[in-house]
Write a protein that binds this ligand. Sequence first.
Ligand SMILES: NC(=O)c1ccc[n+]([C@@H]2O[C@H](COP(=O)([O-])OP(=O)(O)OC[C@H]3O[C@@H](n4cnc5c(N)ncnc54)[C@H](OP(=O)(O)O)[C@@H]3O)[C@@H](O)[C@H]2O)c1
Length: 349
Amino acid sequence: MAWQHIRVARFGGPEVLELAQQSTIPVPGPGEVRIRVLAAGTGFTDTFIRRGRYPGFKGPLPFIPGYELVGVVEDTGPGVSSVREGQLVADLCVVGGYAQYAVRPARFLVPVPDGIDPAEAVCVPLAYLTAYQMLTRYRRLPRGASILVVGASGTVGTAMLDLARLLGLKAIGTCSAVNMAAVERLGAAAIDYRAGDFVAAVRRLTTQADGTVGVDAAFDAIGGAHFARSWACLAPGGLLVGYGAQHMAVGAASLASAALGLARLWIWNTLGGLFSGRRAVFYNITARREAHPEDFLADMARLFELLRERAIHPIVVERLALARAREAHARIDAGGLGGKIVLLPWPAS
Ligand SMILES: NC(=O)c1ccc[n+]([C@@H]2O[C@H](COP(=O)([O-])OP(=O)(O)OC[C@H]3O[C@@H](n4cnc5c(N)ncnc54)[C@H](OP(=O)(O)O)[C@@H]3O)[C@@H](O)[C@H]2O)c1
């Protein structure tokens, strides 16, 4: 039976995403499973990979893009006991999600509880897990602590605001003017990053009666020189979590500038004592999963539980057929989406 996937044979713009067919259904090898993909998440990181700029994936070409998927285990290879046929699972696959079938190692698959919409579930592996781990795995932020979310209207940003509300944190978020109302609806104070220097606005919003200024933690994926601006928003003892190089990804900054941003984080962290106890770290979801697989599995399970209880609320802006992957990427490139476009590889029956 022929099955469909999206194929990228050269790096570039959305036009490099091509709908392709394969004639044989893949057979899982030892330790692998075949998944019938019900929902594939799309997002900025997929466009980063598509452009050929993502440090964590440089090919080989051709490849099937798609950082995250949710689907049903259809067949298991020898030696697989952690999941069973018929089970709904989620996977942070980095590539391979935009397809009707995916053959994946069983090791990092996470069961998705019954009753969860696959399109909402697929917002968990990348966006919500990133947000959750950054908020909980470096510091125990007490209720009432303040955070700055740079890019608050994106998929990670909205997940952070959703979780911040659950954790009782006071959030400030930067976004475009068009997304300010949406960010405010998520309970944050919104700042238009195009309307001036957000550092002054954050400092104004956080000035305390005793003269203390700044947030307890800041989260920044713009990278490079932008980290210095987020660092300037921290209160004494505050933590900066860098987690991206968005300016470099879209060609607005060089690789050298992105590397300098990482070097800054390292220097600030090492010399924290000279900076009123402020600290800085870089978060990388796949590196952290490799280093702490038990945290990955526990945090994913926790997030699916929260989703089942309707305690978190992923924003799915649209569900599109696989054939419309190119359109999804063009819309991500244009910015201002305010949530995730999910690809549904199979027609509704
Ligand atoms: N390190 C990791 O493990 C990890 C994991 C997941 C994601 N990421 C990275 O996190 C970033 C966000 O991913 P995403 O999926 O949330 O992307 P997204 O949905 O496209 O959101 C991007 C956000 O950035 C905002 N933005 C764009 N330019 C900005 C600027 N100059 N200043 C402030 N905000 C700006 C956008 O605001 P408007 O649309 O309102 O303009 C939007 O809120 C990406 O760089 C991605 O690669 C890293």
